[in-house]
Write a protein that binds this ligand. Structure first.
Ligand code: NAP
Length: 487
C-alpha cells in the first residue's frame, strides 16, 4: 500500500479548466486528487474561448493572472485558440506573462498502452526552451510577398534552459544529457545553445553530455528512442520533437507537461479541447492527471504523486474501464467509470516502478537587464535590405552609384541568403528582396553615425529599403553570417 504523507501542508493551486473537454478532465482530476488525499485548495480561474468572446484580447483576465501571481502554481486544461476573434493564443500569453521558460515533457512507456514501440523501455524527458527563438513573435512582411520572422536566442536564455535540464536530470537521477540543435546551419543562433552547452557540461560530472543535430535527433527518436534520457533543445525544435516523442508512447491524449519559471509553474495536458467529444463523458483525463502528478512533485508531495501515478498505471495495466481513445475496440468506458476505477486502485502498486524523484532546484537568476560586455567592438559595414524588381547587376550598379563618395562600398547582393552579385554561377530563383552588403572602405575608430545616415539617405533616393542591419565585430570576431557563396 502507498499512503500520502499526512503531514503535507495544504497548498493553494490555481485551476483553469479551460474549454471543451477541459471541464470534464479538470473535474475528473480534482476528484481523483481529493480521493488520494492531496492537500490542495483549488482556486478556480478562467481563460480561453469565453474570455476572448467577452472582448478580453489576451484570453486570460486580470483575476486569473492575479491568482497565479499569488498561488505560483496552476493546473490548466486546454484552451481553444481563437480563429477570427481575440489576438494571440491565451496559452502563449500565460507562458510569456509568467516567463515560463522551461517546457518539460516526460515521455514514458505506460503499462497497458500498446504502441509499435512497446517493450523498448522508453523513459526520457524533453526540456524545451519555451519563450525565445521564433516564438518571440517578431514578424514582418518585408515586401508585400516576402515574410520574415526573427529567431532571437540569448545567452542567458540558453544557459537558463540548460541549467534547468541539468537540475531536472539530477532530481530524477538521470545520467545522460543530449543537447539538440541545428548549429550546423544556424551557427549564430542555434550555435549559441551548443556553445553554452559545451561550456557548461563539464560542471555536471555525473551526467554524460552529447550533442545531436535536431534532424538526426528526430531520426534517432524513431530508430532507437530508448537511448535517450534527457533531451534539451530550443523552442521550435522542441515543439516538434516533443509531439513526435509523445506519439512513440501512445499519443498526445495521454501526454503530460509542465511549464516552469522562476515565479510560477503551470501544469497542463498536451492535447487540445477536442470539441467533438466535449460534454459526452468520452474524454480521457489521463494527460491532465499525469500533469497533476508532476504538479504534486513540484510542490513536494511525492507520496501522493506516487500514489496517483501507481493507481493510473494499475488501471492501464489491467485495462478495465479505459476511455475509447485507448480501450480495445468495443470496450470503451466513459470518463466517469475510468475515474471510479482509478480511485478504486489508489493504494495499489503496478508492475511499473516509478522513478525516484527529489525536489527540483531551479537555477537562480537576477531580474536585472542582462548585458554581455566586450573589450572591443568595431563596425565592419552595413546590410541594407532593398525591395527591387531589377536584375542583380542593374541593382548593384545603382547601389554602387548611390554609395559613391560615402564611407562604404558595395560588397555583394544576396537573395534569400545566396549571393547573386557578383555572380557566382548558381541557379537561384530571385524574389524582390535583396540583402545589399556595404563594407567600410577604410576603418577608423568611431560610431559612424553620420556616414551611415549619408549612405541610407543616398540609397533611399533611388531604392525602396525596408530593413538595415549593422555588421559588427565583437572582440575581433565577426558578429554576422556570410551569405551562401560569399567570400
Ligand atoms: P485536440 O483537441 O487535441 O483533439 C484532437 C483529437 O484528439 C480529438 O478530436 C480526439 O479524437 C482526440 N483527443 C484529444 N484529447 C483527448 C482526450 N483527452 N480524450 C480522448 N480523446 C482525445 O486537437 P485539435 O482538434 O487540433 O484542437 C482543438 C482545440 O484545442 C483548438 O482550438 C486548439 O487550438 C486547441 N488546443 C489547445 C491546446 C492547449 O491548450 N494546450 C493544445 C492543442 C490544441 P477523436 O475525435 O478521435 O475522439
Amino acid at each position: 500500500m502507498i499512503d500520502a504523507a499526512p503531514t503535507q501542508a495544504r497548498t493553494k493551486v490555481t485551476a483553469i479548466a479551460g474549454d471543451g473537454i477541459g471541464i470534464e478532465v479538470m473535474a475528473a482530476t480534482k476528484t481523483i486528487l481529493a480521493a488520494a488525499g492531496a492537500r490542495i485548495d483549488w482556486e478556480d480561474a478562467e481563460a480561453g474561448a469565453e474570455v476572448f468572446k467577452r472582448g478580453i484580447g489576451s484570453g486570460a483576465p486580470q483575476e486569473t493572472l492575479d491568482s497565479i501571481d499569488a498561488t505560483r502554481v496552476a493546473l490548466k486544461g486546454p484552451l481553444e485558440t481563437p480563429i477570427g476573434y481575440g489576438e494571440k493564443s491565451a496559452n502563449v500569453i500565460l507562458r510569456k506573462y509568467f516567463e515560463l521558460y522551461g517546457n518539460i515533457r516526460p515521455v514514458r512507456e505506460l503499462p497497458g498502452v500498446k504502441t509499435p514501440f512497446s517493450g523498448r523501455g522508453i523513459d526520457l524527458v524533453i526540456v524545451r526552451e519555451n519563450v525565445e527563438d521564433l516564438y518571440a513573435g517578431i514578424e514582418y512582411l518585408q515586401t508585400p510577398g516576402v515574410a520574415q520572422c526573427l529567431k532571437l536566442m540569448s545567452e542567458p536564455g540558453c544557459e537558463r534552459i540548460l541549467r534547468l535540464a541539468y537540475a531536472l536530470a539530477q532530481a530524477e537521477g538521470r545520467t545522460k544529457m543530449a543537447c539538440s540543435t541545428k548549429a550546423n546551419i544556424m551557427k549564430t543562433t542555434e550555435g549559441m545553445m551548443k556553445r553554452v552547452f559545451e561550456r557548461m557540461a563539464p560542471e555536471y560530472k555525473t551526467i554524460t553530455p552529447s550533442h545531436v543535430i535536431i534532424d538526426n535527433c528526430a531520426h534517432q527518436l524513431v530508430i532507437a528512442p530508448e537511448q535517450f534520457d534527457v533531451i534539451v533543445t530550443s523552442n521550435m525544435n522542441g515543439d516538434i520533437i516533443s509531439d513526435l516523442a509523445a506519439g512513440l508512447v501512445g499519443g498526445l491524449g495521454i501526454a503530460p507537461s509542465s511549464n516552469i519559471g522562476d515565479h510560477a509553474a503551470m501544469f497542463e495536458a498536451v492535447h487540445g479541447s477536442a470539441p467533438q467529444i466535449a460534454g459526452k463523458n468520452m474524454a480521457n483525463p489521463t494527460a491532465l492527471l499525469l500533469s497533476a502528478v508532476m504538479l504534486l512533485r513540484h510542490i513536494g508531495d511525492f507520496a501522493t504523486a506516487e500514489k496517483v501515478e501507481q493507481a493510473i498505471f494499475v488501471t492501464l495495466e489491467e485495462g478495465r474501464n479505459l476511455t475509447g481513445d485507448i480501450a480495445p475496440k468495443g470496450h470503451a468506458a466513459g470518463t466517469n467509470a475510468y475515474v471510479d476505477t482509478v480511485i478504486g486502485n489508489l493504494g495499489r502498486a503496478s508492475s511499473q516502478v516509478s522513478r525516484s524523484y527529489s525536489n527540483l532546484t531551479l537555477p537562480k537568476w537576477t531580474d536585472r537587464t542582462w548585458h554581455h560586455s566586450v573589450d572591443s567592438r568595431e563596425l565592419v559595414g552595413l546590410d541594407i535590405f532593398v525591395e527591387s524588381e531589377r536584375e542583380p547587376a542593374t541593382l548593384a550598379a545603382g547601389l554602387e552609384a548611390a554609395a559613391e563618395g560615402t564611407a562604404f562600398g558595395l560588397k555583394m547582393l544576396s537573395n534569400r541568403g545566396t549571393q547573386v552579385w557578383p555572380d557566382t554561377g548558381g541557379h537561384s530563383f530571385k524574389v524582390d528582396h535583396f540583402q545589399c552588403r556595404f563594407v567600410l572602405r577604410q576603418h577608423k575608430p568611431g560610431n559612424y553615425g553620420p556616414e551611415i545616415a549619408e549612405l541610407v539617405r543616398k540609397v533611399s533616393a533611388e531604392h525602396r529599403w525596408m530593413h538595415i542591419e549593422k555588421l559588427q565585430r565583437f572582440d575581433g570576431v565577426d558578429a554576422f553570417a556570410k551569405a551562401q557563396g560569399e567570400n
